[in-house]
Design a protein around this ligand. Structure first.
Ligand SMILES: C[S@@+](CC[C@H](N)C(=O)[O-])C[C@H]1O[C@@H](n2cnc3c(N)ncnc32)[C@H](O)[C@@H]1O
Length: 223
């Protein structure tokens, strides 16, 4: 009679446990507040003139704006690498709610000489980010409501959960009104909490992405 599969599985798990513990520890060490990932973020931030970390309440929260927090460089690396999201030489890259500007740093660190636009609602943040990146002639920071300021030539729009569902709906409709080349349009939405406005609209196609994080992400394109 063949051995019962359960004890076998249990044994296998026991054999593997030291490794998975080590992996869990390693993952915790990477992501902890004073761990490797924040250190990696800091080192890369400093290359571009200042720390972009921290988490801050948004003074415009009542208007649906979410808190201010920069995405980890490792997340951007993973998203692009694991989902094969190319950046073309003629893409106009837009960070919708650029905050302290880490996504712009990441594009610059990749050697993008494309036009890079950061749209930011909180004026003090927008001005600080503009000052920090003033030496890069291809970077423009536009203060104000991103949805009112979408550059018509934008092709790749990045979002890190900047605003609530009502604003996502406005963003969706404004994109189609304003964008000159919808066939080239891509929206990369990390921590995509409000996908329904796109999912339920037949004008859009939503593809879920691998993030390597608990937060989901999606690539959204016109159908
Ligand atoms: C979670 S942070 C992301 C910052 C940056 N994109 C990053 O990933 O590192 C979201 C940012 O979106 C901004 N934001 C929220 N609503 C906005 C709006 N309507 N227009 C422009 N920026 C907005 C917030 O002020 C905040 O700085």
């Amino acid at each position: 009679m063949p051995p019962h599969p359960l004890p076998l599985l249990t044994r296998l798990r026991q054999v593997l446990r030291p490794r998975s513990r080590a992996e869990a520890l390693w993952s915790r060490a990477r992501k902890a507040r004073f761990g490797l990932r924040p250190l990696h973020n800091l080192v890369h931030d400093l290359r571009f003139g200042g720390w972009c970390g921290g988490r801050f309440e948004n003074p415009f929260a009542r208007q649906g704006a979410h808190h201010i927090q920069s995405v980890d460089y490792a997340v951007l690396d993973h998203l692009h690498r694991e989902n094969q999201i190319p950046i073309h030489a003629d893409d106009l890259l837009v960070d919708v709610g650029c905050g302290r500007g880490r996504v712009l740093n990441w594009w610059l660190a990749r050697g993008c000489s494309n036009r890079l636009v950061g749209l930011e609602l909180v004026p003090e943040l927008a001005h600080a980010t503009a000052r920090r990146l003033a030496r890069f002639p291809n970077v423009e920071i536009v203060p104000g409501d991103a949805i009112e300021n979408l550059p018509p030539d934008g092709t790749l729009f990045f979002l890190y959960n900047p605003f609530d569902g009502t604003a996502v709906r406005r963003f969706r409709d404004r994109l189609l009104e304003r964008i000159r080349a919808p066939r080239r349009l891509r929206v990369l939405y990390f921590n995509s909490r409000f996908l329904d406005p796109f999912r339920t609209d037949p004008r859009w196609r939503v593809q879920m992405l691998r993030t390597g994080e608990p937060e989901p992400a999606a690539l959204i394109t016109p159908a």
